[in-house]
Design a protein around this ligand. Structure first.
Ligand SMILES: NC(=O)C1=CN([C@@H]2O[C@H](COP(=O)(O)OP(=O)(O)OC[C@H]3O[C@@H](n4cnc5c(N)ncnc54)[C@H](OP(=O)(O)O)[C@@H]3O)[C@@H](O)[C@H]2O)C=CC1
Ligand SMILES: O=C([O-])CC(=O)C(=O)O
Length: 259
């Protein structure tokens, strides 16, 4: 496989570190101008035009919401399938439409991985039956909320107990917390939608990792899931499982069995 990668940060580096020898067979990395990318054998490009000209079989975006419009949209339009990690970017209605239109125009597929959360398969299977009620609560230690609007809403350094600091819809949290609420957007897109999926965000000084808990009520059945993820080594905001979820999407593109 010829893999394209946008975002050589925490997820991008760890993802490549998990891959075996010769996996991928060819790698093209789009990095910001001036960024040092120490990857022997990889082609490093600085513009999306160069990336598209290299024609990867699959592009993985793990660069953040701001990069989605300028990278994933033209890649899809050029016929390149995209695994999009910054799923909360789809909370912007115009961008969501642009991604869909580009995928149709290019005959490409926009692949939304489960990322740091699980149970997306069941939720999206239930969705066509309608009547879904989905409530999600995301809990992280205070340091994982640094550099976000949480800093204005609570005293992160002075917390002594778990504190709910934001309640709203998946669309609201995905837009306000682009590095921390992609899972809320993933649940929403799989299930009840951005404006009907209820979300609470919690800072917990006792939390040792990132907890994702949600409940689903549906005419087909009810379920609750609680995931206690370890944070990734390079970024307290990002769960380590996210990186493995992206690896799974890549590996599911080849081989005789998809699971
Ligand atoms: N779906 C899910 O479950 C999850 C999704 N995420 C999403 O994944 C994103 C990445 O996470 P993580 O790797 O931990 O974050 P990092 O900040 O460690 O890495 C992001 C990298 O992307 C680079 N980058 C940003 N913009 C561009 C661009 N336009 N072109 C090329 N490179 C760019 C940054 O470069 P530079 O160093 O120059 O700034 C940085 O190296 C998060 O922002 C979040 O939105 C995260 C966790 C879970
Ligand atoms: O990695 C996680 O635990 C979740 C996360 O940051 C996000 O949803 O953006």
């Amino acid at each position: 496989m010829h893999l394209g990668l946008v975002g050589y940060g925490n997820i991008g580096k760890a993802l490549l570190g998990l891959m075996g020898a010769g996996e991928p067979a060819r790698l093209t990395v789009l990095a910001r101008p001036g960024k040092t990318v120490d990857l022997p054998g990889a082609e490093v490009v600085e513009t999306v035009q160069e990336l598209i000209a290299a024609a990867p079989d699959l592009l993985v975006e793990c660069a953040g919401h701001a990069a989605v419009r300028d990278t994933a949209v033209p890649a899809l339009r050029a016929g390149i399938d995209v695994v999009l990690v910054s799923i909360g970017a789809l909370s912007d209605v115009a961008l969501e439409r642009a991604l869909h239109a580009a995928a149709e125009e290019g005959g490409a597929r926009l692949i939304l991985p489960a990322g740091a959360i699980g149970g997306i398969d069941l939720l999206s299977a239930m969705a066509p039956a309608g009547g879904l009620e989905v409530t999600y609560r995301g809990t992280k230690p205070p340091q994982a909320w640094r550099g976000t609007p949480a800093e204005e809403l609570i005293d992160l350094g002075g917390l002594t107990a778990a504190t709910v600091f934001f309640s709203g819809t998946a669309r609201e949290v995905a837009q306000a917390f682009p590095k921390n609420a992609n899972v809320a957007a993933t649940l929403a897109l799989a299930g009840a939608g951005m404006d009907a999926t209820r979300v609470e965000l919690v800072a917990d000084p006792q939390a040792s990792g990132n907890r994702h808990a949600y409940s689903v009520h549906s005419p087909l059945g009810d379920y609750e899931i609680r995931i206690d993820n370890r944070a990734s080594n390079g970024n307290a905001k990002t769960s380590a499982a996210t990186i493995y979820s992206v690896l799974r999407e890549i590996r599911n593109r080849k081989g005789p069995v998809v699971i």
